[in-house]
Write a protein that binds this ligand. Sequence first.
Ligand code: GCO
Length: 257
Amino acid sequence: MDALAQFSLAGRRALVTGASRGIGRACALGLAQAGADVALVARDEAALQSLAAEVQALGRKALVCPADLAGPSACEGVVARAEEALGPIDTLLYAAGVTRRAPAAEVTQGQIDECLDVNSRSAFAMAQAIGRRLLAAGKPGSLIFIASLMSRGARPTTLPYGISKMALTGVVRGLAVEWAPHGIRANAIAPGYVRTALAAKVYDDPQLREWVTSRIPQGRWQEAEDYAPIAVFLASDASRVITGQIIFADGGWTAAL
Ligand code: GCO
């Protein structure tokens, strides 16, 4: 098969969390543009309905699946509903994420748990629910998670978020090594600073925004849409020998001294 054809997601069925906005929304649309049917998961049903209309206009199926992933126990039901509506799920794009900011001396266990629950525990639970079904069916799959620069470094006041995004790398590598023999891959995309709601407090602070921009060799913040083609690549056969990787897509931030 020629190289370009290997990027096709025709016949794939993806479940995307955090699909109502930002990176999750952009990646869900990108996966559909590449041929996948998509189950759209987030708390904001109206935003999901709007995205579903865009997906359906592409000729792809879209399931609107409102859910709050603050509790990992919700994941099994979400996957069951997606499979009932679309058929077996073979691709996960886990972009749901929350942050809690406070000086380390004031961070609470509750803030750490809130970040771990959504960003790490539910990420694992969703992957486990999909992976169990793939293993039982003997089918391959691609599990993609949105990590962060804070999967490998810290900025003051972001400790709860950093713990959760570093924990996520353990999810990726653990799943990758256990499920590689079964054709199920796990990888993460680690964005830099993206102009989304999650980083708005930083972008809206002129001093912080300038500090961030000065650390990006490409000289610009990333946009959510920058991550859609990377998600398509990791979901597709084009990346078949890539698993267990944290791919920093950060405008060169982590390459610089
Ligand atoms: C912050 C930001 C970061 C970004 C992103 C960086 O408070 O510094 O919110 O956490 O959101 O994760 O990759």
